[in-house]
Design a protein around this ligand. Structure first.
Ligand SMILES: Cc1cc2nc3c(=O)[nH]c(=O)nc-3n(C[C@H](O)[C@H](O)[C@H](O)COP(=O)(O)OP(=O)(O)OC[C@H]3O[C@@H](n4cnc5c(N)ncnc54)[C@H](O)[C@@H]3O)c2cc1C
Length: 382
Protein backbone atom coordinates (compact mmCIF):
# COMPACT_ATOMS: atom_id res chain seq x y z
CA UNK A 1 0.00 0.00 0.00
CA UNK A 2 3.09 2.25 0.04
CA UNK A 3 3.21 2.83 -3.74
CA UNK A 4 5.82 5.60 -3.79
CA UNK A 5 7.87 3.90 -1.06
CA UNK A 6 7.59 6.69 1.50
CA UNK A 7 8.67 4.21 4.16
CA UNK A 8 12.01 3.88 2.35
CA UNK A 9 12.65 7.44 3.53
CA UNK A 10 12.36 6.40 7.18
CA UNK A 11 15.50 6.26 9.29
CA UNK A 12 16.50 3.06 11.03
CA UNK A 13 15.05 4.38 14.29
CA UNK A 14 11.75 5.29 12.63
CA UNK A 15 11.53 1.82 11.05
CA UNK A 16 12.15 0.30 14.45
CA UNK A 17 9.26 2.35 15.85
CA UNK A 18 7.05 1.21 12.94
CA UNK A 19 7.88 -2.46 13.37
CA UNK A 20 7.64 -2.39 17.15
CA UNK A 21 4.21 -0.73 17.15
CA UNK A 22 2.95 -2.99 14.34
CA UNK A 23 4.06 -6.03 16.27
CA UNK A 24 2.48 -4.76 19.50
CA UNK A 25 -0.79 -4.01 17.67
CA UNK A 26 -0.84 -7.40 15.96
CA UNK A 27 -0.23 -9.36 19.15
CA UNK A 28 -1.83 -7.29 21.88
CA UNK A 29 -4.63 -5.33 20.18
CA UNK A 30 -5.93 -7.04 17.04
CA UNK A 31 -7.07 -10.30 18.68
CA UNK A 32 -9.34 -8.32 21.06
CA UNK A 33 -10.21 -5.00 19.47
CA UNK A 34 -13.56 -6.00 17.95
CA UNK A 35 -14.71 -7.31 21.36
CA UNK A 36 -13.45 -4.19 23.14
CA UNK A 37 -15.22 -2.01 20.60
CA UNK A 38 -18.46 -3.97 21.01
CA UNK A 39 -18.20 -3.83 24.81
CA UNK A 40 -17.24 -0.14 24.74
CA UNK A 41 -13.99 -0.56 26.68
CA UNK A 42 -10.24 -0.18 26.34
CA UNK A 43 -8.30 -1.96 29.09
CA UNK A 44 -6.48 0.52 31.30
CA UNK A 45 -3.49 -1.77 31.72
CA UNK A 46 -2.53 -0.91 28.13
CA UNK A 47 -1.17 2.44 29.33
CA UNK A 48 1.89 1.04 31.18
CA UNK A 49 2.56 -1.22 28.18
CA UNK A 50 2.49 1.78 25.85
CA UNK A 51 4.74 3.56 28.32
CA UNK A 52 7.26 0.71 28.29
CA UNK A 53 7.33 0.94 24.49
CA UNK A 54 8.25 4.62 24.85
CA UNK A 55 5.11 5.81 23.04
CA UNK A 56 3.71 8.23 25.64
CA UNK A 57 5.02 11.75 25.09
CA UNK A 58 7.50 10.16 22.68
CA UNK A 59 8.18 13.44 20.84
CA UNK A 60 9.06 15.26 24.09
CA UNK A 61 12.49 15.33 25.71
CA UNK A 62 13.58 14.65 29.30
CA UNK A 63 11.42 13.42 32.21
CA UNK A 64 11.48 9.85 30.91
CA UNK A 65 10.17 10.80 27.44
CA UNK A 66 11.70 9.13 24.39
CA UNK A 67 12.71 12.38 22.65
CA UNK A 68 11.96 11.11 19.15
CA UNK A 69 11.34 13.13 16.01
CA UNK A 70 8.07 14.19 14.44
CA UNK A 71 8.10 11.45 11.80
CA UNK A 72 8.69 8.72 14.38
CA UNK A 73 5.69 10.09 16.31
CA UNK A 74 3.65 10.15 13.10
CA UNK A 75 4.59 6.59 12.19
CA UNK A 76 3.62 5.40 15.68
CA UNK A 77 0.23 7.14 15.35
CA UNK A 78 -0.27 5.50 11.95
CA UNK A 79 0.46 2.01 13.22
CA UNK A 80 -1.66 2.47 16.35
CA UNK A 81 -4.61 3.74 14.34
CA UNK A 82 -4.29 0.86 11.86
CA UNK A 83 -5.45 -1.13 14.89
CA UNK A 84 -8.03 1.36 16.17
CA UNK A 85 -8.50 5.14 16.37
CA UNK A 86 -9.38 4.74 20.06
CA UNK A 87 -5.92 3.37 20.82
CA UNK A 88 -4.29 6.20 18.87
CA UNK A 89 -6.51 8.70 20.68
CA UNK A 90 -5.26 7.41 24.04
CA UNK A 91 -1.67 8.00 22.97
CA UNK A 92 -2.40 11.35 21.27
CA UNK A 93 -4.27 12.76 24.24
CA UNK A 94 -1.69 11.57 26.72
CA UNK A 95 1.33 12.84 24.77
CA UNK A 96 0.15 15.88 22.85
CA UNK A 97 -2.77 17.22 24.86
CA UNK A 98 -1.91 16.37 28.48
CA UNK A 99 1.89 15.96 28.66
CA UNK A 100 2.76 18.61 26.06
CA UNK A 101 1.19 21.58 27.94
CA UNK A 102 2.87 20.48 31.18
CA UNK A 103 6.19 20.01 29.35
CA UNK A 104 5.95 23.31 27.47
CA UNK A 105 4.16 25.61 29.95
CA UNK A 106 4.50 23.90 33.35
CA UNK A 107 6.70 24.90 36.29
CA UNK A 108 9.76 22.71 37.07
CA UNK A 109 7.80 21.23 40.00
CA UNK A 110 4.75 20.42 37.84
CA UNK A 111 6.99 18.73 35.26
CA UNK A 112 8.81 16.67 37.88
CA UNK A 113 5.60 15.66 39.56
CA UNK A 114 3.69 14.50 36.50
CA UNK A 115 5.77 13.89 33.37
CA UNK A 116 7.84 10.84 34.42
CA UNK A 117 4.72 8.99 35.64
CA UNK A 118 2.77 9.97 32.55
CA UNK A 119 5.59 8.85 30.24
CA UNK A 120 5.58 5.49 32.03
CA UNK A 121 1.80 5.18 31.70
CA UNK A 122 1.46 5.13 35.50
CA UNK A 123 -0.59 8.31 35.45
CA UNK A 124 -3.20 9.10 32.80
CA UNK A 125 -3.92 12.64 31.69
CA UNK A 126 -6.79 14.35 29.90
CA UNK A 127 -7.35 17.72 28.23
CA UNK A 128 -10.49 19.69 28.98
CA UNK A 129 -11.33 22.47 26.56
CA UNK A 130 -14.77 21.65 25.07
CA UNK A 131 -17.90 22.48 27.07
CA UNK A 132 -21.50 21.34 26.57
CA UNK A 133 -22.42 24.65 24.91
CA UNK A 134 -19.02 25.70 23.55
CA UNK A 135 -17.24 23.35 21.14
CA UNK A 136 -15.96 24.99 17.97
CA UNK A 137 -15.90 28.34 19.77
CA UNK A 138 -13.82 27.79 22.92
CA UNK A 139 -13.37 31.56 23.32
CA UNK A 140 -16.92 31.61 24.77
CA UNK A 141 -16.10 29.06 27.49
CA UNK A 142 -17.91 29.46 30.81
CA UNK A 143 -15.58 27.44 33.02
CA UNK A 144 -13.96 29.98 35.30
CA UNK A 145 -11.18 30.02 37.90
CA UNK A 146 -11.65 32.75 40.49
CA UNK A 147 -8.49 33.76 42.35
CA UNK A 148 -8.76 33.88 46.16
CA UNK A 149 -6.40 34.09 49.14
CA UNK A 150 -5.33 30.45 48.99
CA UNK A 151 -5.28 29.97 45.21
CA UNK A 152 -8.20 29.36 42.88
CA UNK A 153 -11.84 28.35 42.93
CA UNK A 154 -12.66 26.43 39.72
CA UNK A 155 -16.26 26.03 38.49
CA UNK A 156 -17.70 24.76 35.24
CA UNK A 157 -18.31 21.73 33.03
CA UNK A 158 -16.19 20.14 30.31
CA UNK A 159 -17.71 17.75 27.78
CA UNK A 160 -16.50 14.96 25.47
CA UNK A 161 -13.21 14.63 27.31
CA UNK A 162 -11.12 11.65 26.16
CA UNK A 163 -9.79 9.68 29.17
CA UNK A 164 -11.76 12.11 31.37
CA UNK A 165 -13.17 9.63 33.88
CA UNK A 166 -9.95 7.58 34.21
CA UNK A 167 -7.50 10.48 34.32
CA UNK A 168 -5.22 10.97 37.31
CA UNK A 169 -4.58 14.54 36.20
CA UNK A 170 -6.83 16.80 34.14
CA UNK A 171 -5.40 19.74 32.21
CA UNK A 172 -8.35 22.14 32.34
CA UNK A 173 -8.57 25.39 30.38
CA UNK A 174 -10.61 28.03 32.19
CA UNK A 175 -11.30 31.73 32.06
CA UNK A 176 -9.70 33.93 34.75
CA UNK A 177 -9.77 37.70 35.27
CA UNK A 178 -6.59 37.72 33.11
CA UNK A 179 -7.88 35.52 30.30
CA UNK A 180 -7.77 31.78 29.63
CA UNK A 181 -5.27 29.78 31.71
CA UNK A 182 -4.47 26.09 32.09
CA UNK A 183 -4.93 24.33 35.45
CA UNK A 184 -3.77 20.95 36.69
CA UNK A 185 -6.65 19.32 38.54
CA UNK A 186 -5.84 15.98 40.20
CA UNK A 187 -8.37 13.18 40.43
CA UNK A 188 -10.08 13.25 43.82
CA UNK A 189 -10.01 17.03 44.23
CA UNK A 190 -13.10 17.90 46.27
CA UNK A 191 -15.90 19.08 43.99
CA UNK A 192 -14.41 17.42 40.85
CA UNK A 193 -16.71 14.72 39.48
CA UNK A 194 -16.81 12.86 36.17
CA UNK A 195 -19.36 10.83 34.26
CA UNK A 196 -18.46 8.46 31.46
CA UNK A 197 -20.46 9.08 28.26
CA UNK A 198 -22.14 5.92 26.96
CA UNK A 199 -24.22 4.98 23.91
CA UNK A 200 -21.47 6.19 21.56
CA UNK A 201 -21.45 4.58 18.11
CA UNK A 202 -17.91 5.78 17.40
CA UNK A 203 -14.59 5.53 19.26
CA UNK A 204 -16.15 2.88 21.43
CA UNK A 205 -12.73 1.55 22.46
CA UNK A 206 -11.98 4.89 24.10
CA UNK A 207 -13.15 6.53 27.31
CA UNK A 208 -15.09 9.77 26.78
CA UNK A 209 -16.43 11.73 29.75
CA UNK A 210 -18.12 14.81 31.10
CA UNK A 211 -16.20 16.58 33.86
CA UNK A 212 -17.86 18.81 36.44
CA UNK A 213 -16.10 21.30 38.71
CA UNK A 214 -18.15 22.63 41.60
CA UNK A 215 -16.07 25.30 43.36
CA UNK A 216 -12.97 23.10 43.31
CA UNK A 217 -10.29 24.63 45.55
CA UNK A 218 -6.92 24.62 43.82
CA UNK A 219 -3.60 25.83 45.19
CA UNK A 220 -1.96 28.84 43.52
CA UNK A 221 0.62 26.58 41.91
CA UNK A 222 -2.05 24.52 40.09
CA UNK A 223 -1.93 26.99 37.20
CA UNK A 224 0.42 26.42 34.26
CA UNK A 225 2.64 29.50 34.53
CA UNK A 226 4.03 29.54 30.99
CA UNK A 227 1.07 30.55 28.82
CA UNK A 228 -2.04 32.68 28.88
CA UNK A 229 -4.84 33.04 26.37
CA UNK A 230 -6.32 30.59 23.91
CA UNK A 231 -2.95 30.12 22.24
CA UNK A 232 -2.19 27.70 25.11
CA UNK A 233 -4.82 25.06 24.24
CA UNK A 234 -4.61 25.82 20.52
CA UNK A 235 -0.86 25.10 20.48
CA UNK A 236 -1.56 21.70 22.08
CA UNK A 237 -4.19 20.99 19.42
CA UNK A 238 -1.70 21.83 16.69
CA UNK A 239 0.62 19.15 18.14
CA UNK A 240 -2.13 16.57 18.34
CA UNK A 241 -3.59 17.33 14.89
CA UNK A 242 -0.23 16.51 13.34
CA UNK A 243 -0.56 13.04 14.87
CA UNK A 244 -4.09 12.74 13.49
CA UNK A 245 -2.94 13.58 9.95
CA UNK A 246 -0.60 10.58 10.25
CA UNK A 247 -2.88 8.38 12.33
CA UNK A 248 -5.72 8.25 9.82
CA UNK A 249 -3.31 6.77 7.24
CA UNK A 250 -3.44 3.67 9.42
CA UNK A 251 -7.22 3.31 9.50
CA UNK A 252 -7.42 4.07 5.76
CA UNK A 253 -4.71 1.52 4.97
CA UNK A 254 -6.45 -1.14 7.03
CA UNK A 255 -9.71 -0.47 5.15
CA UNK A 256 -8.05 -0.58 1.73
CA UNK A 257 -6.11 -3.78 2.53
CA UNK A 258 -9.30 -5.43 3.74
CA UNK A 259 -11.23 -4.30 0.65
CA UNK A 260 -8.54 -5.57 -1.75
CA UNK A 261 -8.36 -8.95 -0.07
CA UNK A 262 -12.14 -9.24 -0.03
CA UNK A 263 -12.45 -8.19 -3.67
CA UNK A 264 -9.96 -10.87 -4.72
CA UNK A 265 -11.75 -13.69 -2.98
CA UNK A 266 -15.47 -12.85 -2.91
CA UNK A 267 -17.21 -14.24 -5.99
CA UNK A 268 -20.44 -13.06 -7.57
CA UNK A 269 -21.75 -13.72 -11.07
CA UNK A 270 -19.15 -16.43 -11.40
CA UNK A 271 -16.01 -14.40 -10.75
CA UNK A 272 -14.23 -12.41 -8.01
CA UNK A 273 -15.84 -9.00 -7.46
CA UNK A 274 -12.32 -7.58 -7.85
CA UNK A 275 -12.61 -8.58 -11.51
CA UNK A 276 -15.41 -6.07 -12.13
CA UNK A 277 -14.34 -2.71 -13.51
CA UNK A 278 -16.54 -0.78 -11.10
CA UNK A 279 -14.76 -2.41 -8.14
CA UNK A 280 -11.36 -1.80 -9.68
CA UNK A 281 -12.27 1.86 -10.24
CA UNK A 282 -13.14 2.19 -6.56
CA UNK A 283 -9.92 0.48 -5.47
CA UNK A 284 -7.80 2.58 -7.82
CA UNK A 285 -9.17 5.85 -6.41
CA UNK A 286 -8.87 4.63 -2.82
CA UNK A 287 -5.25 3.75 -3.55
CA UNK A 288 -4.55 7.10 -5.24
CA UNK A 289 -6.12 8.99 -2.33
CA UNK A 290 -4.19 7.01 0.30
CA UNK A 291 -0.96 7.55 -1.62
CA UNK A 292 -1.50 11.32 -1.75
CA UNK A 293 -2.29 11.38 1.97
CA UNK A 294 0.93 9.43 2.72
CA UNK A 295 3.00 11.92 0.74
CA UNK A 296 1.36 14.84 2.53
CA UNK A 297 2.00 13.32 5.95
CA UNK A 298 5.63 12.58 5.14
CA UNK A 299 6.15 16.10 3.84
CA UNK A 300 4.69 17.85 6.88
CA UNK A 301 6.71 15.49 9.05
CA UNK A 302 9.86 16.68 7.35
CA UNK A 303 8.76 20.31 7.61
CA UNK A 304 8.07 19.87 11.33
CA UNK A 305 11.47 18.34 11.91
CA UNK A 306 13.05 21.35 10.18
CA UNK A 307 11.09 23.87 12.25
CA UNK A 308 7.64 24.59 13.64
CA UNK A 309 4.64 24.11 11.35
CA UNK A 310 2.09 26.90 11.08
CA UNK A 311 -1.38 26.08 12.45
CA UNK A 312 -2.73 26.44 8.89
CA UNK A 313 -0.24 23.87 7.56
CA UNK A 314 -1.50 21.44 10.18
CA UNK A 315 -5.16 22.38 9.53
CA UNK A 316 -4.83 21.48 5.86
CA UNK A 317 -3.21 18.13 6.63
CA UNK A 318 -5.76 17.22 9.33
CA UNK A 319 -8.72 18.28 7.19
CA UNK A 320 -7.54 16.64 3.96
CA UNK A 321 -6.24 13.38 5.42
CA UNK A 322 -9.27 12.76 7.63
CA UNK A 323 -11.58 13.39 4.66
CA UNK A 324 -9.49 10.99 2.56
CA UNK A 325 -9.58 8.32 5.26
CA UNK A 326 -13.32 8.56 5.80
CA UNK A 327 -13.98 8.36 2.06
CA UNK A 328 -11.74 5.28 1.78
CA UNK A 329 -13.48 3.64 4.76
CA UNK A 330 -16.93 4.26 3.26
CA UNK A 331 -15.89 2.89 -0.15
CA UNK A 332 -14.31 -0.14 1.49
CA UNK A 333 -17.56 -0.76 3.31
CA UNK A 334 -19.47 -0.91 0.02
CA UNK A 335 -17.00 -3.43 -1.42
CA UNK A 336 -17.56 -5.72 1.56
CA UNK A 337 -21.32 -5.66 1.03
CA UNK A 338 -23.19 -6.97 4.09
CA UNK A 339 -19.89 -8.11 5.62
CA UNK A 340 -18.98 -4.43 5.63
CA UNK A 341 -21.30 -3.80 8.54
CA UNK A 342 -20.01 -6.47 10.95
CA UNK A 343 -17.17 -6.33 13.43
CA UNK A 344 -15.80 -9.51 11.83
CA UNK A 345 -13.95 -7.07 9.57
CA UNK A 346 -12.31 -3.82 10.71
CA UNK A 347 -13.97 -1.58 8.13
CA UNK A 348 -17.16 -0.44 9.86
CA UNK A 349 -15.22 0.07 13.10
CA UNK A 350 -12.74 2.36 11.33
CA UNK A 351 -15.53 4.12 9.42
CA UNK A 352 -17.44 4.81 12.62
CA UNK A 353 -14.32 5.89 14.50
CA UNK A 354 -13.42 8.32 11.74
CA UNK A 355 -16.71 10.15 12.32
CA UNK A 356 -15.28 11.26 15.67
CA UNK A 357 -11.89 12.04 14.18
CA UNK A 358 -13.65 14.24 11.62
CA UNK A 359 -15.23 16.21 14.49
CA UNK A 360 -12.65 16.35 17.26
CA UNK A 361 -9.62 18.62 17.33
CA UNK A 362 -11.42 21.07 15.05
CA UNK A 363 -14.22 20.00 12.76
CA UNK A 364 -13.70 19.84 9.02
CA UNK A 365 -15.63 23.11 8.72
CA UNK A 366 -13.47 24.92 11.28
CA UNK A 367 -10.27 23.87 9.47
CA UNK A 368 -11.82 25.00 6.19
CA UNK A 369 -12.49 28.40 7.81
CA UNK A 370 -8.87 28.58 9.03
CA UNK A 371 -7.67 27.94 5.48
CA UNK A 372 -10.25 30.31 4.00
CA UNK A 373 -8.99 33.00 6.35
CA UNK A 374 -5.38 32.31 5.37
CA UNK A 375 -6.24 32.48 1.66
CA UNK A 376 -8.50 35.54 1.63
CA UNK A 377 -7.46 37.46 4.73
CA UNK A 378 -11.16 37.55 5.65
CA UNK A 379 -12.34 35.82 8.82
CA UNK A 380 -15.65 34.00 8.31
CA UNK A 381 -16.02 32.43 11.77
CA UNK A 382 -18.74 34.87 12.89
C1 LIG B 1 -15.05 11.07 20.76
C2 LIG B 1 -14.71 12.50 21.05
C3 LIG B 1 -13.62 12.80 21.86
C4 LIG B 1 -13.33 14.13 22.16
N1 LIG B 1 -12.28 14.42 23.01
C5 LIG B 1 -12.09 15.69 23.45
C6 LIG B 1 -11.09 15.99 24.43
O1 LIG B 1 -10.34 15.12 24.86
N2 LIG B 1 -10.99 17.27 24.88
C7 LIG B 1 -11.80 18.28 24.42
O2 LIG B 1 -11.65 19.40 24.90
N3 LIG B 1 -12.75 18.02 23.47
C8 LIG B 1 -12.91 16.76 22.98
N4 LIG B 1 -13.88 16.48 22.04
C9 LIG B 1 -14.78 17.56 21.61
C10 LIG B 1 -14.52 18.04 20.18
O3 LIG B 1 -13.32 18.73 20.09
C11 LIG B 1 -15.75 18.90 19.78
O4 LIG B 1 -16.82 17.99 19.62
C12 LIG B 1 -15.51 19.70 18.53
O5 LIG B 1 -14.63 20.76 18.77
C13 LIG B 1 -16.83 20.28 17.96
O6 LIG B 1 -17.57 20.89 18.96
P1 LIG B 1 -19.13 20.52 19.12
O7 LIG B 1 -19.26 19.04 19.17
O8 LIG B 1 -19.64 21.30 20.28
O9 LIG B 1 -19.81 21.00 17.79
P2 LIG B 1 -20.30 22.49 17.42
O10 LIG B 1 -19.21 23.46 17.70
O11 LIG B 1 -21.62 22.71 18.05
O12 LIG B 1 -20.47 22.34 15.85
C14 LIG B 1 -21.59 21.68 15.25
C15 LIG B 1 -21.48 21.85 13.75
O13 LIG B 1 -21.49 23.24 13.42
C16 LIG B 1 -20.34 23.55 12.66
N5 LIG B 1 -19.89 24.93 12.96
C17 LIG B 1 -19.62 25.48 14.16
N6 LIG B 1 -19.21 26.74 14.00
C18 LIG B 1 -19.23 26.99 12.68
C19 LIG B 1 -18.90 28.12 11.88
N7 LIG B 1 -18.43 29.26 12.40
N8 LIG B 1 -19.05 28.01 10.53
C20 LIG B 1 -19.49 26.88 9.96
N9 LIG B 1 -19.80 25.77 10.66
C21 LIG B 1 -19.67 25.84 12.00
C22 LIG B 1 -19.30 22.54 13.07
O14 LIG B 1 -18.28 22.41 12.10
C23 LIG B 1 -20.16 21.29 13.19
O15 LIG B 1 -20.37 20.75 11.91
C24 LIG B 1 -14.14 15.16 21.65
C25 LIG B 1 -15.21 14.84 20.79
C26 LIG B 1 -15.49 13.54 20.49
C27 LIG B 1 -16.64 13.21 19.59
Amino acid sequence: MDFYRTDDLLTEEERLVRDTVRDFAAKRIMPHIADWFEAGTLPQDLAPELGRLGLLGMHLTGYGCAGMGAIAYGVACRELEAADSGLRSLVSVQGSLAMFPIWKYGSPEQKEEWLPRMAAGEAIGCFGLTEPDHGSDPSSMKTFAQPNDSGWLLSGTKMWITNGSIADIAVIWAGTPDGVRGFLVPRGARGFTSRAIHKKMSLRASVTAELHFDEVKLPADAMLPGVSGLKGPLSCLTEARFGIAWGVLGSARSCLETAVEYARTREQFGKPIGGFQLTQGKLAWMFADLTRAQLLAMHIGRLKEAGPLTPEQVSLAKMANVRTAIDIARQARTILGANGITLEYPVIRHANNLESVLTYEGTEEIHALALGHALTGISAYR
